[in-house]
Ligand binder design. Structure first.
Ligand SMILES: [Zn+2]
Length: 247
């Protein structure tokens, strides 16, 4: 391969590596955010479960207060019962006692419901807290991996940038200009292979046979007539020796 083509291929390789590294560096904050948002979701589940438990406990306290009110009303009526003088008064108070007892029964039933509900809600809080703790570990590990990946990709970016400078310094400025012009127009891909059956591997247009012959020689700068990318050729590997079979 001509030195010019070789350097173009090298430049393409480092440019592609730089683009890829930059994309990954740029994607890093988003990936951290995704990890954090998973943790926030788990935290929300805990908060919601705690909120339900708290609301149930508050309701229970209200209902217990109500029960206490009915209780004291009941004992007040019972005291009055011992002091009544007429049968009519007795029946009236007896009626009040029955009513208060019925109301007390209803509210005590509600308190029992709250107590059973609280057991379920407390179990839900515990389960949510366990899930949160597990998610926290997962997210911490994921962030650790992400930090390591970022360090590696930043190192790769620094290396590729240094390599690019080295490649560029050895290149004819006109060649660099051509590369950059095509790269700008073609999403960074300025030099691509011609396929073994004579197509541009990027735009898949068939090269004229004479052009393909020239490309196969890898000794001149030839651009695809359709997409303008510079073309080179990777010859097929030599045929593999047939495996020796043992009888
Ligand atoms: Zn093409």
């Amino acid at each position: 391969m001509s030195p010019d083509l070789e350097r173009l291929v090298q430049l393409q390789n480092v440019e592609t590596a730089i683009d890829e590294a930059r994309r990954r560096v740029a994607a890093h904050p988003q990936r951290i955010e995704e990890a954090d948002s998973r943790l926030n979701q788990a935290r929300e589940v805990v908060d919601n479960a705690k909120q339900r438990l708290k609301a149930s406990q508050e309701t229970r306290r209200e209902q217990e207060k109500e029960a206490a009110t009915f209780q004291s009303r009941l004992s007040k009526f019972k005291d009055q019962l011992s002091a009544v003088k007429t049968n009519r008064e007795y029946q009236a108070i007896q009626h009040e006692i029955e009513t208060a007892q019925r109301e007390l029964g209803v509210v005590e039933e509600k308190v029992l419901e709250r107590m059973m509900e609280a057991d379920i809600f407390a179990a839900e809080v515990k389960a949510a807290e366990q899930a949160f703790a597990a998610e926290q570990k997962t997210v911490e590990a994921a962030k650790q991996t992400l930090a390591e990946e970022l360090a590696a990709v930043e190192a790769a970016l620094a290396q590729a940038t240094a390599n690019r400078a080295a490649v560029i310094s050895a290149m004819d400025p006109r060649l660099i200009g051509l590369f950059e012009q095509v790269a700008r127009a073609r999403k960074g891909m300025a030099i691509v292979t011609a396929t073994r059956d004579g197509l541009c591997s990027a735009c898949h247009v068939r090269l004229r046979p004479q052009v393909f012959q020239e490309v196969r020689r890898n000794d001149a700068i030839i651009q695809c007539a359709s997409c303008n990318r510079i073309l080179y050729f990777v010859p097929p590997p030599p045929p593999v020796e047939p495996a020796v079979t043992h009888a």
